[in-house]
Write a protein that binds this ligand. Structure first.
Ligand SMILES: [Zn+2]
Length: 123
């Protein structure tokens, strides 16, 4: 491989050459003044591209931080869910009250029936 064709032109030259080719010119250009003009324009384009890239990197960083927070929240919620998944459903034997969950396999008395019983017993 020819070592001269293997060399990557610097960024400024790549931008200048791309603009020259886009204009239908050659690179290198026929006239030195045209080449200097494309290089000057390349400096402006590079400055804008660098600013845009800085904005994108900043945005990417914020997205990564938000992603890490979201992943942590999902883990927390999954841990919380796993505490409920081991619970057993309980039903009011009288069929009067809402179902509820207990964290043991033992059947519990309906708390609402118990409240009613205790309230009526203390009147
Ligand atoms: Zn009940």
């Amino acid at each position: 491989m020819n070592p001269t064709t293997n060399q990557q032109p610097d960024r400024r030259t790549r931008y200048a050459a791309a603009m020259a080719v886009r204009d239908g010119d050659t690179w290198p250009t026929q006239y030195e003044s045209d080449e200097q003009d494309y290089l000057r324009r390349a400096d402006a384009a590079i400055a804008l591209a660098d600013a845009e890239q800085a904005d994108l990197r900043s945005y990417e960083q914020r997205l990564r931080e938000q992603h890490d927070l979201d992943v942590a929240e999902v883990r927390r919620l999954r841990d919380e869910l796993s505490e409920y998944e081991v619970m057993n459903p309980q039903q009011c034997p009288a069929g009067k009250h809402a179902d509820w969950l207990v964290d043991s396999e033992r059947t519990h008395a309906c708390p609402w029936c118990e409240i009613e019983r205790l309230k009526s017993a203390t009147k």
